[in-house]
Design a protein around this ligand. Structure first.
Ligand code: ADP
Ligand code: MG
Length: 258
């Protein structure tokens, strides 16, 4: 049985005067516990596909299922993390983390304990009653991650969550997110424009082509690299060669004249 199944998805955005064919015939299966990255030129439909998988957009054609259930019925099982953290500035860190649980009526003492443990695991102890403005960008993204994890999602959708951070913070967060998701056995899809990030975090990399958006190549990350932490992957001897292979494919796609 497939965990996440995307079957023959097409998507066109319609406006009164134009029709943008954003995605053409996308089929992809993702296994439970797998980490998959989407890369490709700007405008190739990565965010559109992630929004379809999140059940935020209904595709013009095709279907998406999670555990054989239509994705529209599984929205509560999904966690979404974006480039911007979207923390509420007038709420404390703790209130921000508990917002989703509170709304769903699931804020138990056990969940509070779990949140405290996650905060300390992520080097954030003591910030519970601070406000988002008092934290750095990297700290806020860690809070956003905890807020996502605490609802115990079956599938995490990450749309360029590290791209607004400085390089060092980004590398540290890659390791943290990778180890956290692996330890909880979570399934994730990451959209990124950073080939290195895709290689170092993923089990599989899906390279998209544009006009219309479609799957161009799927790269399986070698098992030696899969078992390493992202930071180690970037320093492994096979990393530059793999990077070059993907880079060349991406360059071909980006220089294509339509
Ligand atoms: P990516 O995330 O890979 O950069 P997007 O999914 O954002 O790509 O966009 C894919 C295509 O769909 C682009 O041509 C974009 O201009 C178009 N598009 C995206 N969102 C909308 C929208 N809400 N309405 C109309 N066109 C859109
Ligand atoms: Mg995008």
């Amino acid at each position: 049985m497939n965990f996440l199944s995307i079957d023959s998805v097409h998507h066109t955005y319609f406006s009164p005067k134009t029709a943008t064919h954003a995605l053409s015939d996308i089929s992809l299966q993702v296994e439970e516990g797998e980490f998959v990255s989407f890369i490709g030129p700007s405008g190739c439909g990565k965010t559109t596909l992630l929004s379809i998988v999140a059940g935020l957009i209904l595709p013009t054609q095709g279907k998406v299922t999670l555990n054989n259930m239509p994705i529209g019925k599984m929205k509560k099982k999904l966690g979404y993390m974006l480039q911007q953290d979207y923390l509420f500035p007038w709420k404390t860190i703790e209130e921000n983390i508990f917002l989703g649980l509170d709304i769903m009526g699931n804020l138990t003492e056990e969940k509070r304990k779990e949140a405290r443990a996650l905060l300390s695991e992520m080097g954030l102890e003591g910030v519970e009653s601070s406000y988002p403005r008092e934290l750095s960008g990297g700290m806020r993204q860690r809070v956003a991650l905890i807020r996502t994890l605490i609802t115990d999602p079956q599938l995490l959708l990450l749309d360029e969550p590290f791209s607004a951070l400085d390089y060092q913070t980004k590398l540290r967060l890659e390791d943290l997110v990778h180890s956290t998701l692996k330890s909880f056995g979570k399934t994730a899809i990451l959209v990124t424009h950073d080939i290195g990030e895709a290689i170092s975090m993923s089990d599989r990399i899906i390279l998209f082509g544009s006009k219309p958006g479609r799957i161009h190549t799927i790269f399986e990350v070698p098992s030696t690299l899969k078992e390493m932490m992202p930071f180690e992957v970037r320093n492994h001897e096979t990393y530059p060669g793999f990077f070059q292979t993907i880079w060349k494919e991406l360059e071909k796609l980006e220089s294509r004249i339509d």
